[in-house]
Design a protein around this ligand. Structure first.
Ligand SMILES: [Zn+2]
Length: 251
């Protein structure tokens, strides 16, 4: 089989055999791929930095039946500062896990890859007013692109467009005052505005906007629950991120 040359983001890594690494890549040309980086854990490996978690690299690999085999990897961006901040690192892990749960092998999106590298750049350079808002925007955009975007313009139960005061995870979007009941999340007008803004705006605009922190945190949690429900998958890094947040609060 012919060699594949493509840009790729390392979204998962695990040790494999004595000196190798087994990676999950989100590539520009071939979507999600499983790949082996032979010798990547040897001290003198020339590709170590290019095949670590969160690395965005130019890769050359041989496609394989179970996994591709990386021949060459050249680092483009490592987002190093992410690793010095446990909060950012776990939020970045959540971002990469989102890619993992939304896409099957050989599926992906060049636009999504580009967006995610921008998010990691904003995290690493501390450019964002609110890091969770970027994660929220990615949640919403991935849902929309993959056919499970929440309805935010009308009541999912009766179609009413005014007085949207709640959110139904199972119903798939907003509910009006008449249909809202105890089982549904309450949603303020400000929160609904944030959801709409994050769903439609480019990441750069989300990065530069100063949102209310507790609103964003609540919506981020709500959308995580929504995604778990609709994909029937639990995101492990979300629990980890929350435990990091509560540890930091207790200190
Ligand atoms: Zn209604």
């Amino acid at each position: 089989m012919a060699l594949v040359k493509t840009k790729a983001l390392v979204i998962r890594e695990q040790p494999y055999q004595d000196h190798d690494k087994l990676l999950t890549l989100f590539t520009e040309k071939e979507g999600k791929q499983r790949a082996i980086a032979k010798g990547a854990r040897r001290r003198k490996s020339g590709m170590a930095s290019a095949v670590q978690l969160f690395a965005f690299s130019e890769m050359v690999y041989y496609p394989g039946k179970n996994f591709a085999s990386i021949n060459e990897a050249k680092l483009i961006e490592a987002f190093y500062p992410l690793r010095n901040d446990i909060r950012l690192m776990t939020l970045a892990s959540y971002i990469t896990e989102l890619l993992d749960v939304f896409y099957d092998f050989y599926q992906g999106s060049e636009i999504v890859l580009k967006g995610v590298t921008h998010i990691l750049y904003y995290f690493a350079t501390e450019k964002a007013q609110n890091n969770e808002a970027l994660a929220l925007a990615l949640q919403l955009k991935l849902c929309k692109m993959n056919g499970i975007g929440p309805v935010l313009g009308r009541c999912v139960q009766c179609g009413e467009t005014a007085d949207l005061v709640g959110f139904s995870e199972s119903g798939g979007g907003t509910v009006c005052a008449r249909c809202a009941n105890k089982g549904k999340e309450r949603l303020s007008y400000t929160e609904l505005d944030i959801l709409r803004f994050c769903m439609r705006s480019p990441f750069k605009a989300v990065c530069e906007t100063d949102f209310n922190e507790s609103h964003v945190h609540r919506l981020f949690k709500m959308m995580n629950f929504y995604i778990s429900k609709h994909l029937d998958r639990k995101l492990k890094s979300f629990e980890f991120y929350n435990s990091v947040l509560s540890d930091l609060k207790e200190r």
